[in-house]
Design a protein around this ligand. Structure first.
Ligand SMILES: C[S@@+](CC[C@H](N)C(=O)[O-])C[C@H]1O[C@@H](n2cnc3c(N)ncnc32)[C@H](O)[C@@H]1O
Length: 291
Protein backbone atom coordinates (compact mmCIF):
# COMPACT_ATOMS: atom_id res chain seq x y z
CA UNK A 1 0.00 0.00 0.00
CA UNK A 2 1.25 3.47 -0.92
CA UNK A 3 2.19 5.59 2.10
CA UNK A 4 0.94 9.15 1.56
CA UNK A 5 3.71 11.76 1.55
CA UNK A 6 3.42 15.01 3.54
CA UNK A 7 -0.09 13.89 4.49
CA UNK A 8 -0.92 16.25 7.35
CA UNK A 9 1.05 19.14 5.86
CA UNK A 10 -0.91 18.94 2.60
CA UNK A 11 -4.34 18.65 4.26
CA UNK A 12 -3.51 21.68 6.41
CA UNK A 13 -2.28 23.60 3.34
CA UNK A 14 -5.53 22.84 1.48
CA UNK A 15 -7.46 24.68 4.24
CA UNK A 16 -10.61 22.62 3.61
CA UNK A 17 -13.80 23.67 5.44
CA UNK A 18 -17.19 22.01 5.86
CA UNK A 19 -19.51 22.63 2.90
CA UNK A 20 -16.62 22.97 0.44
CA UNK A 21 -15.53 21.03 -2.63
CA UNK A 22 -12.11 19.33 -2.80
CA UNK A 23 -10.47 17.82 -5.89
CA UNK A 24 -7.90 15.08 -5.37
CA UNK A 25 -6.33 15.11 -8.84
CA UNK A 26 -4.06 12.13 -8.13
CA UNK A 27 -5.96 9.60 -6.01
CA UNK A 28 -3.32 6.85 -5.97
CA UNK A 29 -4.43 4.60 -3.11
CA UNK A 30 -6.70 7.34 -1.82
CA UNK A 31 -4.46 8.19 1.15
CA UNK A 32 -4.99 11.96 1.10
CA UNK A 33 -8.70 11.69 0.26
CA UNK A 34 -9.22 9.15 3.06
CA UNK A 35 -7.92 11.63 5.64
CA UNK A 36 -10.19 14.38 4.25
CA UNK A 37 -13.14 11.95 4.39
CA UNK A 38 -12.33 10.88 7.94
CA UNK A 39 -11.98 14.49 9.08
CA UNK A 40 -14.97 16.06 7.37
CA UNK A 41 -17.31 13.07 6.76
CA UNK A 42 -19.92 13.95 4.16
CA UNK A 43 -19.78 17.69 4.87
CA UNK A 44 -17.14 18.02 2.15
CA UNK A 45 -17.58 16.91 -1.47
CA UNK A 46 -14.55 15.01 -2.76
CA UNK A 47 -13.94 14.72 -6.49
CA UNK A 48 -11.20 12.14 -7.06
CA UNK A 49 -9.29 11.50 -10.29
CA UNK A 50 -6.56 9.16 -11.39
CA UNK A 51 -5.51 8.29 -14.92
CA UNK A 52 -4.83 4.72 -13.74
CA UNK A 53 -8.03 2.65 -13.51
CA UNK A 54 -6.47 0.29 -10.94
CA UNK A 55 -5.80 3.26 -8.64
CA UNK A 56 -9.40 4.43 -8.96
CA UNK A 57 -10.68 0.93 -8.17
CA UNK A 58 -8.45 0.67 -5.14
CA UNK A 59 -9.41 4.13 -3.85
CA UNK A 60 -13.07 3.38 -4.43
CA UNK A 61 -12.90 0.24 -2.26
CA UNK A 62 -11.18 2.24 0.48
CA UNK A 63 -13.27 5.41 0.35
CA UNK A 64 -16.68 3.78 -0.05
CA UNK A 65 -16.33 2.36 3.47
CA UNK A 66 -16.19 5.89 4.86
CA UNK A 67 -19.13 8.22 5.37
CA UNK A 68 -18.33 10.53 2.50
CA UNK A 69 -19.74 12.43 -0.44
CA UNK A 70 -17.42 11.37 -3.24
CA UNK A 71 -17.28 11.24 -7.05
CA UNK A 72 -14.49 9.21 -8.66
CA UNK A 73 -13.25 9.30 -12.25
CA UNK A 74 -10.62 7.47 -14.29
CA UNK A 75 -9.30 10.61 -15.92
CA UNK A 76 -6.18 12.75 -16.22
CA UNK A 77 -6.18 15.97 -14.25
CA UNK A 78 -5.50 17.76 -17.51
CA UNK A 79 -9.22 17.14 -18.19
CA UNK A 80 -10.43 18.61 -14.90
CA UNK A 81 -12.83 20.92 -16.71
CA UNK A 82 -14.59 17.99 -18.44
CA UNK A 83 -15.00 16.21 -15.11
CA UNK A 84 -16.56 19.28 -13.52
CA UNK A 85 -18.81 19.65 -16.57
CA UNK A 86 -20.11 16.11 -16.02
CA UNK A 87 -20.98 17.03 -12.42
CA UNK A 88 -22.40 20.46 -13.40
CA UNK A 89 -19.99 22.09 -10.95
CA UNK A 90 -18.40 25.45 -11.86
CA UNK A 91 -15.76 26.07 -9.21
CA UNK A 92 -14.04 24.25 -6.35
CA UNK A 93 -12.31 25.29 -3.12
CA UNK A 94 -9.20 23.13 -2.88
CA UNK A 95 -7.12 21.09 -5.30
CA UNK A 96 -4.30 18.63 -4.63
CA UNK A 97 -1.85 17.20 -7.18
CA UNK A 98 0.46 14.63 -5.56
CA UNK A 99 2.60 13.97 -8.62
CA UNK A 100 4.49 10.99 -9.98
CA UNK A 101 3.71 7.35 -9.44
CA UNK A 102 2.53 5.45 -6.40
CA UNK A 103 4.26 2.60 -4.59
CA UNK A 104 1.51 0.33 -5.93
CA UNK A 105 2.43 1.22 -9.51
CA UNK A 106 6.12 0.82 -8.80
CA UNK A 107 5.85 -2.48 -6.93
CA UNK A 108 2.75 -4.28 -8.17
CA UNK A 109 1.55 -2.97 -11.53
CA UNK A 110 3.79 -5.18 -13.68
CA UNK A 111 4.20 -2.23 -16.05
CA UNK A 112 7.94 -1.75 -15.82
CA UNK A 113 8.17 1.38 -13.67
CA UNK A 114 10.94 -0.12 -11.52
CA UNK A 115 14.45 -0.93 -12.69
CA UNK A 116 14.65 -3.46 -9.86
CA UNK A 117 12.10 -5.84 -11.41
CA UNK A 118 12.20 -7.58 -14.79
CA UNK A 119 8.87 -6.59 -16.34
CA UNK A 120 7.56 -5.54 -19.78
CA UNK A 121 8.75 -2.03 -20.66
CA UNK A 122 5.34 -0.38 -20.66
CA UNK A 123 5.32 2.55 -18.15
CA UNK A 124 1.87 3.82 -19.17
CA UNK A 125 -0.13 5.04 -16.18
CA UNK A 126 -3.38 5.05 -18.17
CA UNK A 127 -2.69 1.92 -20.22
CA UNK A 128 -3.14 4.01 -23.38
CA UNK A 129 -0.71 5.50 -25.90
CA UNK A 130 2.87 4.56 -26.70
CA UNK A 131 4.85 2.21 -24.46
CA UNK A 132 8.43 2.78 -23.30
CA UNK A 133 9.51 -0.15 -25.51
CA UNK A 134 7.97 1.60 -28.58
CA UNK A 135 10.22 4.61 -27.94
CA UNK A 136 13.35 2.52 -27.44
CA UNK A 137 12.70 0.37 -30.51
CA UNK A 138 11.58 3.01 -32.99
CA UNK A 139 12.71 6.56 -32.15
CA UNK A 140 15.88 7.78 -33.80
CA UNK A 141 19.05 8.22 -31.76
CA UNK A 142 18.94 12.05 -31.44
CA UNK A 143 15.33 11.89 -30.20
CA UNK A 144 16.23 9.30 -27.55
CA UNK A 145 19.27 11.34 -26.54
CA UNK A 146 17.10 14.45 -26.25
CA UNK A 147 14.61 12.89 -23.83
CA UNK A 148 17.36 11.32 -21.71
CA UNK A 149 19.05 14.70 -21.43
CA UNK A 150 15.91 16.84 -21.15
CA UNK A 151 13.71 14.68 -18.94
CA UNK A 152 16.35 12.64 -17.11
CA UNK A 153 19.10 15.27 -16.85
CA UNK A 154 21.33 12.30 -17.70
CA UNK A 155 24.97 13.29 -18.31
CA UNK A 156 25.58 10.13 -20.31
CA UNK A 157 22.58 10.68 -22.59
CA UNK A 158 24.56 10.50 -25.85
CA UNK A 159 26.36 7.28 -25.00
CA UNK A 160 23.24 5.60 -23.60
CA UNK A 161 21.21 6.54 -26.71
CA UNK A 162 23.98 5.13 -28.88
CA UNK A 163 24.02 1.90 -26.88
CA UNK A 164 20.22 1.58 -27.14
CA UNK A 165 20.24 1.96 -30.91
CA UNK A 166 23.10 -0.55 -31.30
CA UNK A 167 21.42 -3.11 -29.07
CA UNK A 168 18.00 -2.93 -30.69
CA UNK A 169 19.54 -3.93 -34.04
CA UNK A 170 20.44 -7.24 -32.42
CA UNK A 171 17.36 -7.71 -30.23
CA UNK A 172 14.41 -5.34 -29.67
CA UNK A 173 13.91 -3.99 -26.13
CA UNK A 174 11.23 -5.95 -24.31
CA UNK A 175 11.82 -5.80 -20.57
CA UNK A 176 13.17 -3.43 -17.96
CA UNK A 177 16.31 -5.52 -17.51
CA UNK A 178 17.09 -5.13 -21.25
CA UNK A 179 17.22 -1.39 -20.59
CA UNK A 180 19.05 -1.67 -17.27
CA UNK A 181 21.76 -3.76 -18.99
CA UNK A 182 22.15 -1.16 -21.74
CA UNK A 183 22.60 1.62 -19.15
CA UNK A 184 25.01 -0.47 -17.07
CA UNK A 185 27.19 -1.00 -20.14
CA UNK A 186 27.69 2.78 -20.29
CA UNK A 187 27.56 3.52 -16.55
CA UNK A 188 28.93 0.47 -14.76
CA UNK A 189 27.80 -0.28 -11.21
CA UNK A 190 30.99 1.18 -9.81
CA UNK A 191 29.91 4.54 -11.19
CA UNK A 192 30.08 6.86 -8.17
CA UNK A 193 26.52 8.12 -8.02
CA UNK A 194 24.40 7.84 -4.93
CA UNK A 195 21.44 6.71 -7.00
CA UNK A 196 21.08 3.62 -9.21
CA UNK A 197 22.72 4.23 -12.65
CA UNK A 198 19.38 3.56 -14.40
CA UNK A 199 17.31 6.03 -12.32
CA UNK A 200 17.56 8.97 -14.70
CA UNK A 201 16.94 6.91 -17.84
CA UNK A 202 13.81 5.40 -16.29
CA UNK A 203 12.61 8.84 -15.15
CA UNK A 204 13.08 10.25 -18.67
CA UNK A 205 11.11 7.44 -20.29
CA UNK A 206 8.27 7.60 -17.77
CA UNK A 207 7.94 11.36 -18.24
CA UNK A 208 7.89 10.94 -22.03
CA UNK A 209 5.43 8.04 -22.12
CA UNK A 210 2.98 9.85 -19.82
CA UNK A 211 3.65 13.36 -21.17
CA UNK A 212 4.00 14.33 -17.54
CA UNK A 213 5.36 17.86 -17.93
CA UNK A 214 2.85 19.18 -20.47
CA UNK A 215 0.06 17.46 -18.55
CA UNK A 216 1.20 19.25 -15.40
CA UNK A 217 1.24 22.64 -17.17
CA UNK A 218 -2.29 22.10 -18.47
CA UNK A 219 -3.49 20.77 -15.11
CA UNK A 220 -2.14 23.79 -13.23
CA UNK A 221 -3.80 26.24 -15.67
CA UNK A 222 -7.14 24.47 -15.59
CA UNK A 223 -6.98 23.91 -11.84
CA UNK A 224 -6.29 27.56 -11.12
CA UNK A 225 -9.09 28.63 -13.46
CA UNK A 226 -11.75 26.57 -11.65
CA UNK A 227 -10.57 27.60 -8.19
CA UNK A 228 -12.89 29.84 -6.12
CA UNK A 229 -11.28 32.99 -4.78
CA UNK A 230 -9.77 32.08 -1.42
CA UNK A 231 -9.32 28.53 -2.73
CA UNK A 232 -5.99 26.71 -2.44
CA UNK A 233 -3.91 24.83 -5.00
CA UNK A 234 -1.43 22.41 -3.43
CA UNK A 235 1.18 20.48 -5.41
CA UNK A 236 3.66 17.87 -4.20
CA UNK A 237 6.46 17.28 -6.71
CA UNK A 238 9.27 14.73 -6.67
CA UNK A 239 11.92 16.00 -9.05
CA UNK A 240 13.40 19.31 -10.12
CA UNK A 241 11.69 19.43 -13.54
CA UNK A 242 8.23 19.20 -12.02
CA UNK A 243 9.09 21.53 -9.18
CA UNK A 244 10.40 24.18 -11.58
CA UNK A 245 7.10 24.18 -13.49
CA UNK A 246 5.09 24.52 -10.29
CA UNK A 247 7.39 27.20 -8.85
CA UNK A 248 7.26 29.30 -12.04
CA UNK A 249 3.52 28.92 -12.43
CA UNK A 250 2.89 30.01 -8.84
CA UNK A 251 5.39 32.90 -9.15
CA UNK A 252 3.61 34.19 -12.28
CA UNK A 253 0.18 34.09 -10.64
CA UNK A 254 1.53 36.00 -7.64
CA UNK A 255 3.20 38.56 -9.95
CA UNK A 256 -0.08 39.04 -11.81
CA UNK A 257 -1.69 39.61 -8.38
CA UNK A 258 -4.08 36.73 -8.98
CA UNK A 259 -2.77 34.66 -6.06
CA UNK A 260 -0.83 34.88 -2.86
CA UNK A 261 1.95 32.57 -1.82
CA UNK A 262 1.14 30.76 1.43
CA UNK A 263 4.65 29.59 2.19
CA UNK A 264 7.76 31.28 0.83
CA UNK A 265 9.79 28.11 0.69
CA UNK A 266 8.46 24.69 -0.28
CA UNK A 267 7.45 22.43 2.59
CA UNK A 268 9.65 19.31 2.80
CA UNK A 269 9.38 16.09 4.77
CA UNK A 270 10.62 15.91 8.35
CA UNK A 271 13.60 13.78 9.24
CA UNK A 272 11.22 11.36 10.91
CA UNK A 273 9.04 11.01 7.79
CA UNK A 274 12.11 10.45 5.61
CA UNK A 275 13.27 7.70 7.96
CA UNK A 276 9.94 5.85 7.81
CA UNK A 277 9.19 6.63 4.14
CA UNK A 278 12.38 7.27 2.10
CA UNK A 279 10.27 8.23 -0.95
CA UNK A 280 9.39 11.47 0.86
CA UNK A 281 13.05 12.56 0.71
CA UNK A 282 12.65 14.37 -2.61
CA UNK A 283 9.11 15.70 -2.03
CA UNK A 284 8.43 19.44 -2.23
CA UNK A 285 5.04 20.86 -1.36
CA UNK A 286 4.03 24.26 -2.75
CA UNK A 287 0.78 26.08 -2.14
CA UNK A 288 -0.97 29.20 -3.42
CA UNK A 289 -4.30 30.81 -2.64
CA UNK A 290 -6.38 32.46 -5.35
CA UNK A 291 -7.23 36.08 -4.65
C1 LIG B 1 2.02 9.72 -5.72
S1 LIG B 1 0.61 8.92 -6.28
C2 LIG B 1 -0.67 9.64 -5.34
C3 LIG B 1 -0.83 9.03 -4.00
C4 LIG B 1 -2.04 9.45 -3.22
N1 LIG B 1 -1.99 10.85 -2.88
C5 LIG B 1 -2.17 8.62 -1.97
O1 LIG B 1 -1.90 9.16 -0.89
O2 LIG B 1 -2.52 7.44 -2.05
C6 LIG B 1 0.37 9.61 -7.83
C7 LIG B 1 -0.87 9.11 -8.58
O3 LIG B 1 -1.18 10.11 -9.54
C8 LIG B 1 -1.60 9.50 -10.71
N2 LIG B 1 -1.36 10.48 -11.77
C9 LIG B 1 -0.19 10.92 -12.26
N3 LIG B 1 -0.40 11.83 -13.21
C10 LIG B 1 -1.74 11.99 -13.30
C11 LIG B 1 -2.59 12.80 -14.10
N4 LIG B 1 -2.10 13.64 -15.01
N5 LIG B 1 -3.92 12.73 -13.91
C12 LIG B 1 -4.44 11.88 -12.99
N6 LIG B 1 -3.70 11.07 -12.23
C13 LIG B 1 -2.36 11.13 -12.38
C14 LIG B 1 -0.79 8.24 -10.81
O4 LIG B 1 -1.45 7.29 -11.61
C15 LIG B 1 -0.70 7.82 -9.34
O5 LIG B 1 -1.70 6.91 -9.01
Amino acid sequence: MHTPVLLHESIEALNIQAGKIFIDGTLGSGGHSALVAEKFKNSVTIIGLDRDKDAVKKSEERLRTLDTNIHLFTESFKNLDDVLGKLSIGTVDAILFDLGISTDQLENSGRGFSFLKDEPLDMRMSGEGIRASDILNSWDEPAIELILRGFGEEKFSRKIAQEIVERREVKPFKTTFDLVNAVLKVKPKSWKEKINPATKTFQALRITVNEELTTLEIGLEKGFKILESGGRLVVISFHSLEDRIVKNFFRDKVKEQLARQITKKPIVASKQEIETNPRSRSAKLRVIEKI
